[in-house]
Design a protein around this ligand. Structure first.
Ligand SMILES: CC(C)(COP(=O)(O)OP(=O)(O)OC[C@H]1O[C@@H](n2cnc3c(N)ncnc32)[C@H](O)[C@@H]1OP(=O)(O)O)[C@@H](O)C(=O)NCCC(=O)NCCS
Length: 150
């Protein structure tokens, strides 16, 4: 497998199992409920533009995905900021540029519909993921998340 044999395409309902499978390999726990909600929103909500993509190898196997949200709202006006919720590449297919290809296509899609900024959240101590996003031109925002346990 090399970069040129990877195809990036829009995510569809049939990709559910592959996405949950990659996520489970990454996090070591299955999260089908989390993805059921996300797929429902992605495929049925009129308020969100579908900006979720998958990477397929030459055999048509899904080896990575990226999911985000662009809220359009009731008047169909797209916003200038979108969210990147989750990205995952099958551990056996990493370091081949698939993550970068997913980010680049994701950014191109959003730029074409008028988005000017993409937000994402990363655990502060996930240095590998922070390094990956930094290499893909993400930088710390000027706001910080606050929380309080109750
Ligand atoms: C972060 C993640 C998406 C990166 O995917 P990837 O396909 O390995 O990404 P890339 O190949 O574009 O880049 C990774 C590294 O490989 C390097 N690389 C890319 N192409 C390469 C090639 N042909 N040869 C050698 N190295 C290469 C990149 O330079 C990069 O190196 P760096 O880490 O030193 O910057 C992947 O590691 C992942 O899924 N991590 C878990 C994310 C997570 O926790 N998600 C939440 C739940 S799904």
């Amino acid at each position: 497998m090399n970069r040129s044999t990877i195809k990036i395409r829009l995510m569809k309902a049939d990709d559910f199992g592959a996405v949950v499978g990659i996520d489970e390999k990454v996090l070591k726990i299955p999260r089908p409920g989390y993805y059921e909600v996300k797929f429902e929103k992605l495929l049925r909500s009129k308020d969100y533009l579908p900006v979720s993509l998958v990477a397929e190898d030459e055999a048509g196997t899904v080896v990575g995905f990226i999911m985000g949200e662009l809220y359009i709202g009731e008047y169909g006006i797209s916003q200038e900021e979108a969210t990147l919720d989750t990205i995952g590449v099958d551990p056996s297919c990493r370091h081949k540029g698939i993550g970068e290809q997913l980010i680049n296509e994701f950014v191109d899609h959003l730029r074409n519909v008028g988005v000017r900024k993409i937000n994402t959240l990363v655990a502060w101590n996930d240095s590998k993921l922070i390094h990956f996003f930094s290499a893909n031109h993400f930088s710390p925002s000027k706001t910080i998340n606050l929380e309080r346990n109750i």
